[in-house]
Write a protein that binds this ligand. Structure first.
Ligand code: HEM
Length: 489
């Protein structure tokens, strides 16, 4: 059950302070296919701090190098409301960015993110609904299918005696074939953090190697700057848990931490299948058109590289096939969008070199918006070939890590996913996850010579909830645990 103890000697030379960084930031824990997400409210800050200390003593949550793969992983994130309960200092609280403080459910935020109509927070499930008890803390438990229940029981049992009220539990998993519910291989194109153990796997030409400061506070980002970081007055750090922020008289609370975005997105799989069944006559055409919506074939092979036929068909990709086939660009590979339409999900969420006129600027801009996705699917799959809805809930627990919610997640959602005029288009939105504010069908143009094709797509997904979290470093968690005790003495 216990994760492997971190070894003293990291095998990869790195400038990242791995022992300080929560594991989920650096590793997707690909071998831990099942997950539970415990959304929790803090009822007693004093007890919660004691519990936090005991959790930290456990050492299960760091990114430190492991000699044998851990059989489970525990990570912990806090909302602004949670941080407020653990440390009431105004100096500390005011140092967080506005978007994190305000959260995801204000009317202005809904407008920006396009969380309107059926996606509006007023229709969200509890506890994400704005009138529900506030979520303070998120415990992320990951393990293999067999080990997960015991891990879940172990942690759920700890909550109540430690002043923590369980609001809800989400259950997620990575299917054996890595396919999300619409049937597409997911989580292929991921940024690789410079200095992380994964760096050694990257080939030189890839665009995926990204400066650590895009995902972890305290390191240089793609612009050569340090991301803005929340701080605490020196006087508050009585146990000297935090390091000094250079050239200031402040302690760096954010260092080695990051922001964690959550969206629970329900998928109408029957509706998705019905649309393609009714609109296109042959199975080949249906698969091609679905793939145009995503920008990849169900196997994960990109349309830019394989425009006509899925090179893998029903075969599962071997070893690093997909990682080795992520090194493509649009402007050189598909300037007219004949292969991968301009509006497809992957061309919007990471336009690579295709934004505007300047290739260099486009790559630079895309690299500044990258998201490190850590999602999992929820609900059982709708069996193959079934076109009727079975009434079961299913979808994606979308999680992503970014150092700047405004510049990264919110920008992608607002200006790429949901912007009708994205990159010169006219009145289109992301065909997979975008939303027309009035709920009407969404247009997607498939460029083709001599005539382009126009799809009119119904809505396939509905937002059921969401929240912004912070994933503190180990030192920052120690600081919070100690700060509370001191505040109460
Ligand atoms: C139910 C909802 C969603 C589904 C089914 C879905 C599905 C997929 C699939 C199949 C891929 C291609 C495989 C890959 O490269 O990983 C992909 C890529 C991606 N998605 Fe989504 N996605 C969903 C929601 C979102 C949302 C809400 C965002 C961000 C706002 C997002 C951002 C991305 C990004 C950044 C990529 C990688 C693009 C690239 O680098 O080429 N996705 N998604």
């Amino acid at each position: 059950m216990l994760s492997a103890e971190p070894s003293e000697k990291p095998q990869v030379e790195t400038f990242l302070e791995l022992k300080e960084i929560q594991g989920i930031i650096v590793s997707g824990y690909g071998h831990l296919s099942h997950s539970k997400y415990l959304f929790v409210q803090i009822e007693s800050a004093e007890k919660a701090k004691d519990w936090l200390r005991s959790l930290l003593e456990n050492q299960r949550i760091t990114s430190a190098h492991w000699d044998t793969k851990p059989v489970s992983a525990v990570n912990l994130a806090l909302t602004y409301a949670g941080l407020q309960k653990l440390n009431t200092s105004e100096d500390f609280l005011q140092s967080f960015p506005k978007e994190f403080v305000e959260g995801m459910t204000t009317p202005k935020k809904s407008e920006q993110l396009g969380d309107l109509g059926i996606n509006a927070p007023q229709y969200w499930e509890k506890p994400y609904h704005p009138n529900s008890d506030a979520i303070d803390l998120l415990l992320i438990l990951q393990a293999g299918a067999e080990a997960l229940d015991a891990l879940h029981i172990e942690y759920e049992r700890q909550l109540e005696p430690n002043g923590l009220k369980l609001l809800t539990v989400e259950t997620g998993y990575i299917p054996a074939d890595s396919k999300e519910h619409f049937g597409f291989h997911d989580s292929i194109s991921q940024p690789i953090i410079e200095g992380s153990p994964q760096e050694s796997k990257v080939s030189n030409s890839t665009q995926d190697l990204t400066k650590a400061g895009e995902f972890i506070l305290g390191y240089l980002n793609e612009d050569g700057n340090y991301p803005s970081t929340p701080t605490a007055p020196i006087s508050q750090d009585k146990t000297h848990a935090l390091s000094l922020l250079s050239e200031t008289a402040l302690k760096d609370f954010g260092r080695n931490g990051s922001y964690f975005v959550f969206r629970k997105i329900a998928q109408d799989v029957a509706g998705f299948r019905q649309y393609f069944q009714e609109t296109f006559s042959t199975p080949e055409e249906r698969i091609l058109m679905m793939s145009k919506v995503v920008g990849r074939w169900p196997s994960g092979a990109p349309l830019v590289q394989a425009p006509d036929v899925d090179p893998l068909g029903d075969r599962l990709p071997e070893n690093d096939f997909l990682a080795n086939h992520n090194d493509f660009t649009y402007r050189t590979g598909d300037p007219q969008g004949f292969r991968c339409p301009f509006s497809s999900h992957i061309r919007r969420t990471n336009p690579r070199d295709a934004l505007g006129q300047d290739v260099g600027e486009s790559i630079k801009s895309s690299r500044r918006r990258r998201l490190l996705r850590r999602g999992a699917v929820y609900g059982d799959p709708l069996p193959q070939g079934i076109l009727e809805d079975d009434g079961q809930a299913r979808g994606l627990l979308f999680f992503c890590i970014n150092a700047n919610i405004r510049r990264q997640f919110e920008f992608v959602q607002q200006s790429w996913v949901n912007a009708p005029t994205f990159n010169g288009l006219y009145d289109e939105r992301d065909p997979l996850v975008g939303y027309n504010p009035d709920g009407s069908d969404r247009t997607m143009i498939l460029p083709h010579a001599p005539l382009s094709q126009r799809l009119s797509l119904p809505n396939f997904v509905t937002l059921k909830g969401g929240a912004y979290f912070f994933l503190p470093s180990l030192s920052a968690l120690n600081f919070l645990a100690a700060a509370s005790v001191q505040a109460q003495r």
